[in-house]
Design a protein around this ligand. Structure first.
Ligand code: FAD
Ligand code: NAD
Length: 460
């Protein structure tokens, strides 16, 4: 039987794969996506962004209802029903899977195969599935195999839950733990700790280094940390020794400032990072990668101009919207005959830590400016109408400008609506806006976005 030939083969069917697949199919190219999940949208929908934020919004509503119980006439509030929250999360996932199936069915030119891909040579990929194996010839290859939970060699790690166990459809955790210990103070650990604390768990978070959200601007982190829910105890400079199981209970033992300490909980979440999933065959054909991922520049090309690597697998900006943008840039470069004509920007990507409350940033912040002078515009939510209506007075919008031109270089938001506002700041930044432009735009009242113009006007 003749080998099947496609224009583009995508290893994976997540956010780094399907935007390119659709773009090329619309241009009349023949595309094959391969993913062992057999469905489109990768880990974002399976166990990442969408399910975690479905839990977040329920926790946020539970917190708001508790804060306003008197005004809402519900003085006697029962504890949140975590099983019902999980059911809601599962329904959101099911709805989005159905939507993606419809989108795929409506687009001629794309096939999605359930299976695992491995690279045989720079133009041949083998797909292994339940039925056996098939070799496919491809003119272009997009490596979009994403990332997976990193489990360190920590004694007793098998007694811990991971984000997979919390957020996948029909997850293992279905009851709210009275006590939760979280190992790792990055995105997943901190977000999840804040959701469970808001829902009523007593949470201890253990972070290895001196700062939670390691690598992010310390100024922003220092504003966020005190605003996190009561019921969350954050310990830094912790060296976790082991986790022991005692029936249904878990005991975590750690060292801090030379002292042995321990804690007991109904559940332990291990969230110390993710590792790129490097498809078999990459090494054999000489594609360069390290522990962060496949090495690519902004054109997303590997050392083979027709082989691209986008999304978490390249480790550049492991966020869903960055994966989508990289996927489209790869598609444009394929359509350009592998001559780079589109480049992903790895620096100006809006980033939100969806804790309760959230923090978000983009572009240049003081820690990245490394001594370069910045003009700073600021707006406190304490004076914001919407923040007052919601009794969320904590936090701020801070914008960073080039002093001579007042061109917007970056910003952060800590507090209400951070995830939405950072997109607006990001749009302004990508359009080259200045403080004058932002100051002139009269945003809606009474919305927190008014604060962006007010932060800019604080400079004049
Ligand atoms: C708990 C959690 C919460 C998150 N929250 C957010 C958030 O709020 N916002 C945000 O922007 N990002 C968030 N992320 C990150 C986001 O999920 C990723 O950045 C995004 O999914 C990356 O997309 P991707 O396509 O590169 O990889 P993935 O989504 O990981 O998809 C890769 C796919 O490749 C498949 N695959 C792997 N190996 C092979 C192979 N050999 N052959 C075929 N297929 C293969 C996998 O099965 C997988 O489906 C979160 C992640 C987690 C874990
Ligand atoms: N809001 C979002 O966009 C969002 C949300 C969740 C996840 N994500 C993505 O998922 C990725 C993985 O998230 P993550 O939280 O697992 O990783 P992470 O890299 O963000 O954080 C891991 C944290 O664990 C700490 N750590 C490492 N080893 C430790 C140990 N032995 N004991 C205690 N602490 C230890 C690290 O210092 C770090 O602070 C992120 O990089 C991000 O790309 C994004």
């Amino acid at each position: 039987m003749a080998e099947k030939v496609v224009d583009l083969l995508c290893i994976g069917a997540g956010g780094a794969a399907y935007p390119a697949a659709f773009r090329l199919a619309r241009a009349g190219r023949k595309v094959l996506m391969v993913d062992p999940k057999g469905v489109m949208s990768g880990n974002c929908l399976y166990e990442g962004c969408v399910p975690s934020k479905a839990v977040r919004e329920m926790a946020s509503l539970a917190g708001a209802t508790r804060r306003f119980s008197t005004q809402l006439g519900r003085a006697e509030l029962s504890a949140p029903d975590y099983a019902a929250i999980v059911q809601h999360k599962d329904q959101v996932q099911a709805r989005r899977y159905a939507q993606h199936a419809q989108e795929l069915a409506a687009q001629p030119g794309i096939e999605l195969r359930k299976g695992v891909a491995r690279i045989l040579d720079p133009h041949t990929v083998q797909i292994d599935d339940d039925q056996g194996s098939e070799k496919i010839r491809c003119h272009h290859l997009l490596i979009a195999s994403g990332s997976d939970v990193f489990v360190p060699p920590l004694p007793g790690a098998e007694h811990c839950l991971t984000s997979h166990d919390l957020y996948k459809p029909d997850p293992a955790l279905r009851a709210l733990p009275k006590r939760l210990i979280v190992v790792g103070g990055g995105y997943i650990g901190l977000e999840t700790a804040s959701f469970f604390a808001e829902l009523g768990s007593q949470v201890i978070l253990l972070q290895k280094g001196g700062q939670i959200l390691n690598g992010m601007d310390p100024g922003m982190v220092a504003l966020l940390q005190p605003l996190l829910p009561a019921g969350m105890r954050i310990l830094t400079d912790v060296d976790v020794q082991r986790i022991e199981a005692q029936g249904a209970l878990r005991r975590v033992l750690w060292q801090r400032a030379g002292q042995e300490e321990s804690g007991e909980a109904e559940a332990v979440l291990l969230a110390v990072g993710r590792s790129p999933v490097i498809p078999e065959g990459c090494e054999a054909i000489g594609i360069e990668f390290d522990r962060h991922g496949v090495q690519v520049g902004p054109s997303l090309q590997t050392r083979y101009p027709h082989i691209y690597a986008a999304g978490d697998v390249n480790g550049r900006v492991p966020l869903f919207h960055a994966a989508v943008r990289q996927s489209l840039a790869a598609a444009h470069n394929i359509l350009g005959g592998n001559q780079p004509l589109d480049y992903a920007d790895f620096h100006n990507v809006p980033t939100t830590i969806f804790t309760l409350p959230a923090a978000a940033y983009i572009g240049m912040t003081p820690a990245k400016a490394a001594g370069r002078e910045l003009a700073v515009g600021r707006y406190d939510f304490a004076e914001d109408s919407r923040a007052q209506i919601l009794e969320r007075l904590e936090g701020e919008i801070r914008l960073f400008f080039e002093p001579s031109s007042l061109r917007l270089l970056g910003g952060w938001i800590v507090g209400i609506d951070a995830g939405a506002l950072i997109g607006q700041i990001g749009t302004a930044l990508s359009l080259g806006a200045t403080a004058y432009d932002l100051a002139r735009f009269a945003d809606q009242h009474p919305m927190s976005a008014e604060g962006i113009g007010k932060a800019a006007r604080s400079l004049f």
